[in-house]
Design a protein around this ligand. Structure first.
Ligand SMILES: [Mg+2]
Length: 162
């Protein structure tokens, strides 16, 4: 399972406010890789301290079945999400960028920090992406997992045969 923080991981951390007070965020698209992940039977989830409607909408585009928003304790949220998904912590990759992500980074099997994460998140990570949050870090991580599990070449071949 892949569990993602939102601000600073799926996005670059920017939040735009309209005159009406609505929040807007920009999500980097990694659709092909996310589809490959779900086609291999892997689950995906979001755990975020904030709460926003656009987060619910964005997840549909990348097939994220599990969403925990407005979370104050990310470890508690992770345990709940894993229980809902029927997945063990050691089977889970968590991506984060800030100190609030440390509890879930330290709980999972594969901890990933984005390139512009805080130093503490990088220290606790098994892997630090070359890409920054919201700028390809999730895409890079999915590809790394698919490569490590031997699925990447088959995926590329499938697209080349089309
Ligand atoms: Mg964050």
């Amino acid at each position: 399972m892949l569990v993602l923080d939102v601000d600073g991981v799926l996005t670059d951390g920017s939040i735009f406010y309209t005159d009406g007070g609505e929040e807007l965020k920009s999500f980097m698209c990694a659709t092909a890789r996310a589809e490959a992940l779900s086609s291999l039977g892997k689950r995906a989830g979001i755990i975020t301290g904030r709460r926003s409607a656009n987060c619910r909408t964005a997840r549909k585009g990348i097939d994220i079945a599990f969403v925990a928003q407005g979370v104050s304790d990310k470890k508690v949220a992770l345990v709940q999400v894993l229980a809902d998904a029927g997945v063990k912590a050691e089977q889970t990759c968590v991506m984060g960028d800030d100190i609030v992500d440390l509890p879930m980074l330290r709980t999972c099997g594969l901890a990933v920090a984005v390139a512009d994460a805080c130093p503490e998140a990088k220290e606790d990570a098994d892997y630090v992406t070359e890409a920054r949050g919201g700028r390809g870090a999730v895409r890079e991580t999915i590809e790394m997992i698919l490569r490590a599990q031997g699925s990447w070449q088959a995926l590329v071949a499938r697209y080349r045969e089309i």
